[in-house]
Design a protein around this ligand. Structure first.
Ligand SMILES: Cc1cc2nc3c(=O)[nH]c(=O)nc-3n(C[C@H](O)[C@H](O)[C@H](O)COP(=O)(O)OP(=O)(O)OC[C@H]3O[C@@H](n4cnc5c(N)ncnc54)[C@H](O)[C@@H]3O)c2cc1C
Length: 440
């Protein structure tokens, strides 16, 4: 179809799906659903290509998700750097780990490439447009769309909210509010010119301290991405995130990129959070918009992509024949697939914020790299693919995702068991829903 470009034309179309947010989660849902010949509108408040505070590393699990979606070619096409080493430092110790192959690609390029795949599949993309849910009725959702010229109301069968941790699409709908972990760290980052020999390509450098951590990686264009998760009070004491990051890198004896403190740094809202509800009347929440933990293990994009792939199947079924059962099933599948992984990520960040435990862990990893196996397991695909394929199969055979729900339960249990075994009983206690006291 000819794509409308003005909001007034957009508002006259009956959309099967509106996706609010064109990060990896939203763009992938738009791509998958548009492939099924549905009328999909993808909107993002930012003008693309846009950068984002992120370590810019796609782990092996994210790669598997892109392969499953049939768009892994975007990495090679955009000269993504292969990443196979992880060098973790604190002020006293350092360990180098071989990790399952991942990729480093700037978010401006990666996110635009996924959006481009959605457009090629037939989705209509509107950058520079903010979405707000006005009302969700039994027959449709009504969404307000606002760009710099106009404000319109637009109806769709289904709304997917993929607006990340800072999105306001569901603002004012109290049942969807976020619960933010008290004293959650905030994210900050910058992209810096890459001094030629400053850091090796293909290695993620991570500097860890009590008050936060800083990651560095070389990008496809030779620049260096610096991304940090910092305690707010520490950042204030240091005079801002750039100075705080510099202090942590220096304490770990890692090289300081030129212009680190002079560059333009961007920050995020508090990171660790969870929404009260992940679905409702004709609404599905995917990616960080559902919940986010810590960036230390660099899994956020893979969580976003897998949750998008899994949700897409339910969204297509919901467009064809809406029932609240689909929303309930999404909530349960999403919890079971992602929550365990996010708890593990929080647990590892908690361990690394404790000076003695961190140094001891690094010393242990240096002597016996195999101790990293529980962390490395999470970087691989590990069960997500099976869940998505089972869900496809169930829906193709007339089910509503209930079997996948059971599968989600099984996978969640399997992952928890695996990690419980590997990390030991005292650690499983700390993987509860409660924030870990030492971490923040
Ligand atoms: C410091 C740091 C380092 C990280 N490093 C890594 C890493 O190395 N590897 C990794 O896998 N993950 C990493 N992550 C996590 C990763 O960045 C996120 O998990 C990932 O971007 C989530 O994707 P998403 O699509 O859910 O949300 P986002 O990528 O945040 O996309 C949300 C989009 O929604 C748009 N939006 C917001 N509100 C609206 C609205 N009302 N209407 C329309 N559009 C809206 C925004 O403009 C944005 O484009 C890191 C995070 C941080 C903070």
């Amino acid at each position: 179809m000819d794509m409308p470009t003005k909001l007034s034309e957009i508002a006259r179309t009956d959309w099967d799906l509106i996706v609010a947010g064109a990060g990896p989660a939203g763009a992938l849902v738009a791509h998958m659903v548009a492939k099924e010949d549905k009328k999909v509108l993808l909107v993002d408040k930012a003008v693309f290509p846009r950068s984002k505070v992120c370590g810019c590393c796609l782990n092996a699990s994210a790669f598997a998700a892109l392969q499953e979606a049939g768009i892994a070619h975007i990495l090679a096409e955009n000269n993504a750097m292969t990443v196979e080493n992880f060098a973790v430092h604190d002020s006293l110790q350092q360990a180098s780990l071989r990790i399952p192959r991942g990729y480093a690609l700037s978010r401006a390029v990666f996110d635009a490439a996924v959006v481009n795949e959605a457009i090629k599949s037939g989705a209509c993309f509107l950058p520079g447009t903010t979405a707000y849910l006005e009302e969700a009725r039994s027959d449709a959702v009504r969404v307000c769309l606002k760009d710099e010229h106009e404000l319109v109301q637009c109806d769709a069968s289904i709304l997917v909210v993929a607006d990340g941790i800072s999105g306001r699409t569901l603002a004012g709908h109290k049942e969807f509010d976020f619960e933010i972990q008290p004293d959650a760290k905030f994210g900050a980052g910058a992209i810096l010119p890459g001094g030629k020999d400053l850091i090796d390509a293909g290695t993620i450098y991570m500097a860890c301290a009590n008050q936060g951590y800083v990651g560095m990686v070389r990008l496809e264009n030779g620049q260096i991405d610096v991304a940090a998760a910092l305690c707010t009070s520490f950042s204030r004491e240091c005079g801002g995130p750039a100075k705080a990051a510099e202090k942590i890198l220096r304490s770990c004896k890692l090289p300081i990129p030129d212009n680190l403190a002079q560059s333009s740094w961007h920050g995020t809202e508090p990171l660790t959070r969870k929404r009260k509800k992940l679905a409702g009347q004709r609404i599905f929440v995917v990616g960080d918009a559902g919940s986010y933990a810590e960036p230390l293990t660099g899994e956020g994009i893979s969580w976003a992509l897998w949750s998008a792939l899994t949700a897409s199947n339910l969204v297509v079924a919901a467009i064809d024949d809406w029932s609240m059962e689909l929303a309930t099933n999404w909530q349960s599948i999403r919890h079971r697939l992602i929550d365990g992984r996010q708890r593990n990520s929080k647990f590892i960040a908690c361990l690394f914020s404790h000076p003695f435990l961190r140094t001891a862990t690094l010393a242990g990893l240096r002597l016996i790299p195999a101790l990293a196996q529980p962390i490395l397991t999470n970087l691989k695909e590990d069960g997500m693919l099976e869940a998505v394929r089972q869900m496809n199969h169930t829906i193709a055979h007339g089910g509503r995702g209930q079997h996948s729900n059971k599968l989600g339960d099984k996978l969640g249990d399997k992952l928890s068991d695996q990690l419980g075994d590997q990390l030991g009983d005292q650690h499983s206690d700390q993987r509860s829903e409660e924030p870990c006291p030492q971490a923040f």
